[in-house]
Design a binder for this molecule. Structure first.
Ligand SMILES: [Zn+2]
Length: 277
């Protein structure tokens, strides 16, 4: 990919000028062909040029915002700072100063897409099973709409829908409400586990990364916790739990996994708790 030709730049400058004069005419309520000609009194010309100044700087501000958004979108799709700097006509350090925080976005996006590739069908099926027992209401309608969006969206446009779906899933999975039938309870627990795994895969929630020293919250257990649970047995407090204690706690009704500290552990622990029955 190589830059813009002089002819293209000239064309762009002319288009910006046309846009600015159109804005001036709208701001001042002038006729279509009006321009600051020499036959106008100085006071009128002054007003026109001041309006032109306002509209040109508004165009520049809009372009700056659009440029920041373009840099972000490019970074999410794998552009690094040298490439962004090159496209912006600046050094990579200059690009980093102007738009900080763009490094590594592509990795995060790839991790997210990879998780959804592997788990999308299971997630959708599970969320619909939970909704089937959740009754009707504006909120559940909203979530159903969101799930439809995920199924219909083109792969490239799904990421935002995924983010919203996880927020919804977290809320409905954590909502214990009136006791559902056993199948509904399993679906809610599974949806909670899936959501915890999704966040763990995307955000690096591990205590190592967070720099926290966590302990299993059960019976002075010394084993390192791998999930965070919300359970009635502990007075509806959130507790950290090692694998063994998590499996034991998940056998109680209305217990949910609310976070996982390693990739893919929530589903495993949940399945183990189901299996032993
Ligand atoms: Zn333990």
């Amino acid at each position: 990919m190589r830059g813009m030709s002089d002819a293209q730049r000239a064309e762009l400058a002319a288009a910006v000028e046309r846009l600015a004069w159109q804005a001036v005419r709208e701001m001042l309520g002038l006729e279509e062909a009006a321009e600051p000609g020499p036959d106008l009194p100085d006071a009128d010309q002054r007003q026109i040029w001041l309006a032109a100044l306002t509209s040109l700087l508004a165009i520049r501000d809009s372009a700056e915002q659009l440029a920041a958004s373009a840099a972000l979108s490019a970074a999410q799709r794998g552009a690094d700072y040298p490439a962004i700097g090159d496209a912006a006509g600046m050094t990579r350090q200059g690009a980093r100063r102007k738009w900080p925080g763009l490094a590594g976005l592509s990795d995060a996006r790839q991790r997210k897409l990879a998780w959804w590739d592997a788990r999308r069908d299971q997630f959708l099926q599970c969320a619909r099973a939970v909704l089937a027992t959740a009754g009707e209401g504006p909120r559940t309608d909203e979530i159903r709409k969101r799930l439809d969006e995920i199924e219909q969206a083109a792969p490239d446009h799904r990421v935002d829908a995924y983010d919203m779906a996880l927020v919804d899933a977290h809320a409905i999975a954590a909502d214990t409400g009136p006791p559902a039938d056993p199948a509904g309870e399993v679906a809610r627990g599974l949806l909670a586990a899936l959501t915890a795994d999704a966040y763990a895969a995307m955000n690096n929630h591990s205590p190592l990364v967070l720099g926290e020293k966590l302990a299993c919250g059960t019976d002075d257990c010394a084993v390192e916790p791998i999930v965070k649970l919300w359970c009635p047995d502990f007075g509806y407090r959130v507790v950290h739990a090692c694998r063994e204690h998590a499996v034991a706690a998940l056998k109680q009704p209305a217990t949910r996994i609310v976070a996982a500290y390693q990739p893919d552990v929530a589903l495993l622990v949940f399945a183990e708790a189901q299996d032993d029955d």
